[in-house]
Design a protein around this ligand. Structure first.
Ligand code: ARG
Length: 248
């Protein structure tokens, strides 16, 4: 009897492993593992109760809810997110991650869910830096592996690029006058400047980027599911009424 039970359990696990998609796996385990890097307000950051909150986390929660499972958020270095996804330590990544050609070679991205671009932040009262040209001869801080890192690394004439794992550290260095500027995404720069009145954004938005949620390429079921949740989230109460009363 017991042998039969063990056999039944083993074969159902194998069935899921061989035939079921990642969604079946997530449902049977009961939680969705989401990777992020939580020094990126208002998308993901630690609140005063030391919980990770933000725009991305709310989206992740909606996805977990729609799957009927708990949400587990893993905070890890930004440049480690895609490797962790590929080695199956995570089910998906939501981290204000820009959809780029390079990244799209190794992971699948959801439909874009936010538009952003790089800006330059300096200390108030120092020379305003208006564009990438203006970074020449300066010490510039970025987050390791971000699109900000990418652009700055390709610029010629920068005195030094300092790459940090956490944006909080990059801004600490800026405040302590050890770097001249931080290059990062517009909405996040605004959030940092708001909580650090001695800093300011002195450039326009210098690039055009779109954020996507990343999953492994083979997890097509999860990708489709995520896109459906995103589409549903965009529906206004009006859209829902139209659907209710006029759908065929
Ligand atoms: N959008 C930029 C990129 O994809 C920065 C993202 C940083 N996100 C974070 N959670 N720290 O490279």
């Amino acid at each position: 009897m017991r042998k039969l039970l063990v056999l039944a359990i083993l074969s159902s696990i194998m069935f899921v492993a061989v035939f079921g998609g990642i969604i079946d796996e997530i449902k049977s385990r009961g939680y969705l593992v989401v990777g992020t890097e939580a020094t990126f307000p208002p998308f993901e950051y630690y609140n005063e109760n030391n919980e990770i909150v933000g725009f991305d986390i709310d989206i992740a929660r909606k996805i977990a809810e729609a799957l009927g499972v708990e949400l587990k958020v893993v905070d890890t270095a930004f440049d480690g997110l895609i490797p962790s996804l590929l080695t199956k330590k995570l089910d998906m990544v939501i981290a204000g991650m820009t959809i780029t050609e390079e990244r799209a070679k190794v992971v699948a991205f959801s439909e874009p869910y936010f538009t952003a671009g790089q800006v330059i932040v300096v200390r108030k009262g120092s020379t305003p830096i208006k564009d990438f040209e203006g970074l020449k001869g300066k010490v510039v801080a970025v987050q390791l592996g971000t699109t900000g890192d990418l652009v700055v690394s390709e610029l010629k004439g920068i005195k030094e690029v300092r790459r940090f794992e956490k944006f909080t550290d990059a801004f600490l260095e800026l405040k302590n006058r050890r770097v001249d500027a931080v290059v990062l995404d517009s909405a996040v720069a605004k959030a940092y400047v708001l909580s650090n009145p001695n800093l300011e954004i002195t450039s326009d938005v210098l690039s055009s980027e779109q954020y996507g949620i990343a999953v492994r390429k083979e997890d097509k079921d999860l990708l489709e599911f995520i896109n459906k949740v995103l589409a549903d989230m965009r529906k206004s109460p009006y859209d829902l009424l139209i659907e209710k009363w006029f759908a065929e």
